[in-house]
Design a protein around this ligand. Structure first.
Ligand code: MN
Length: 231
């Protein structure tokens, strides 16, 4: 037996300071993980636990420098996030063992067609059109966990055209990284190659073609992305 046509290559994220690539399996995303962002979306952070959605693995843009304005939206938003990359998977992973499963960390953007996401949310429909589209997950190269002081604390910021839009600290996460991995592993069999976008701080907003985004997490490779005109 052979493939009817050549299978697509895996999406591969470079590892900073090495020749290695990280092959992406799945992309999990936390919905609301900073209290101030939950409030700006009109929700009470104390009332509901964080929840999850997924993006397609090929929505990741590894070592991104530019992404296209997507079709079907007139309210395209930035969400800067800490991205966790797993080197090992498992089921029912205890919190105390969760960080041992992590290969590394990166800065990522959970790009969002906010108009489509909110319309779906308000109608009780799935978020896929708002969240899981082409080029919706640009990422910087990964930094190995052994070479970073996180993930319990560290500044996370996003600038658009030099102006500060999002600013928080990883210490503000409602669900820390270890808790998030453990929770997910109660619902999914986690695998090497899984990415987890850990949620965005307050200050999300719209971008347009020509805008230049700078995402930073203290101690990790920065992410600089230009928004290109629609294809
Ligand atoms: Mn997000």
């Amino acid at each position: 037996m052979s493939f009817a046509f050549p299978p697509p290559p895996p999406v591969a994220v470079p590892v900073a300071g090495s020749d290695h690539l990280f092959a992406v399996h799945r992309v999990y995303c936390v919905g609301r993980n900073y209290a101030a962002h939950a409030r700006e979306m009109g929700k009470d952070p104390n009332k509901e636990p964080p929840f999850f959605f997924l993006k397609p693995a090929d929505g990741v843009v590894p070592a991104a420098t530019a992404i296209h304005y997507p079709p079907g939206t007139s309210n395209y938003h930035h969400e800067v996030e800490l991205v966790v990359a797993l080197r090992e998977g498992g089921r029912r992973i205890p919190v105390a063992q969760a960080l041992g499963k992590v290969f590394g960390y990166a800065v990522g953007l959970d790009m969002t067609r906010r108009d489509l996401q909110l319309a779906a949310r308000d109608l009780g429909r799935p978020w896929d059109f708002g969240k899981g589209f082409d080029e919706s997950a640009p990422m910087a190269p990964l930094t190995p966990a052994s070479r970073w002081s996180g993930p319990d604390r560290g500044a996370i910021t996003l600038h658009v055209n030099g102006e500060l839009r999002q600013s928080a600290d990883l210490a503000d996460l409602i669900w820390p990284v270890a808790d998030t991995i453990s929770f997910l592993s109660d619902y999914y069999t986690l695998m090497p190659g899984d990415l987890i976008f850990t949620g965005t701080p307050a200050g999300v907003g719209a971008v347009v073609p020509g805008d230049r985004l700078l995402g930073r997490v203290e101690g990790l490779e920065p992410l600089v992305v230009e928004i290109l005109p629609a294809l």
